[in-house]
Design a protein around this ligand. Sequence first.
Ligand SMILES: *Cc1c(COP(=O)(O)O)cnc(C)c1O
Length: 394
Amino acid sequence: MTDNIPFNKPAITGKEIEYISDAIASGRIGAGGPYTNRCASLLEDLFAINKVLLTPSATAALEMAAMLCALEPGDEVIMPSFTFVSTANAVARMGARPVFVEIRSDTLNIDETLIEKAITDRTKAIFPVHYAAVSCDMDAIKEIASRRGLMVVEDAAQAVNAFYKDRALGSLGHLGAYSFHDTKNYVCGEGGALCVNSPELMERAEIIREKGTNRGKFLRGEVDKYTWVDIGSSFIPSEIACAFLLAQLETVHSLTEKRRGVFDFYCESLKPLEEARLLRLPVIPAHCTTNYHMFYVLLPDGPTRNELMAHLKRCGISSVFHYVPLHTSPMGARYGYAAGDLPLTENLSERLLRLPCFAGIGEGDMTRVVSEVSSFLEARALTNRPAGPAGFSG
Ligand SMILES: *Cc1c(COP(=O)(O)O)cnc(C)c1O
């Protein structure tokens, strides 16, 4: 009996306990201590970001971003339907309306050529999502936004240490959100950051994060007492989480290299199946550098995906699909959407399967994954006709 292969296992780099012990010994475990500051500076320096505010999650960072966009009931925000709920929730909880746009079949990112058509006089912002840490077409998106006077908030939750034309994802919009959740590349259990790229948003960002007070100014000695000045909430992580996170961020390059090894191994080994048109590998445009956050394949159709997933499960291999498109969800229905509205998004989502991909996965396990995927698809190709009259497409 072979061991089960998990879908994900957070990488531990070795210094986490030392840094947490140090934080405890120093007596500073609340918010805004030295580890929080070191994480923020490190991210600012590594990725040339104007200002980084650590948060308890990317969800919190997106919520802050929606507040900073000053969204009002009835306002509209353009985003893909193919994303995690937090992108849309951040907008919905302001009373604003997510407007879902189709994705591109190559990168699975929002189709920038369809954005302009979705703009109305209620549109306030575009929330592009960098799926699998492969950048959206940010030049096109920023051009539309600046011409139409819209805010750009990057959901870069998966995209820490990924780049577009040598600029870090998260640093390109007015605001950007990072995640350090357990399932991402660089982790602290639950954690995130808001990248504040527009300097004029900084003062309000700090106030929102400090429960609506000007405590930041007070701590810098700019005012002699602090008080309630705006709407806010508690969007600050603890020092304990940031102590853990610093250990991860200090090894950001070696963690990425390990993932690159996994990604390249899968690409190389599954290439023959792509050539036989039994699956499609991820597409990374030339001007994009990924952090190898995930490894997914696209199968010819939904039933093949589901059967392959079930087969892998029987072999003790965890694989997962992604995402149930938001426009087909019960909340999507509340905004007037229904299945069939975004056919490409629905089709791609039905055919996508994510394989186990994490920094510590061994070559033996990857070989087992590849051999189970290959034998399943090859056997299926022998018994079935090729999918559809035109074979595999997309
Ligand atoms: C993971 C993820 C989030 C949420 O991140 P949390 O830190 O768990 O809140 C948001 N958007 C996308 C695209 C994600 O992948």
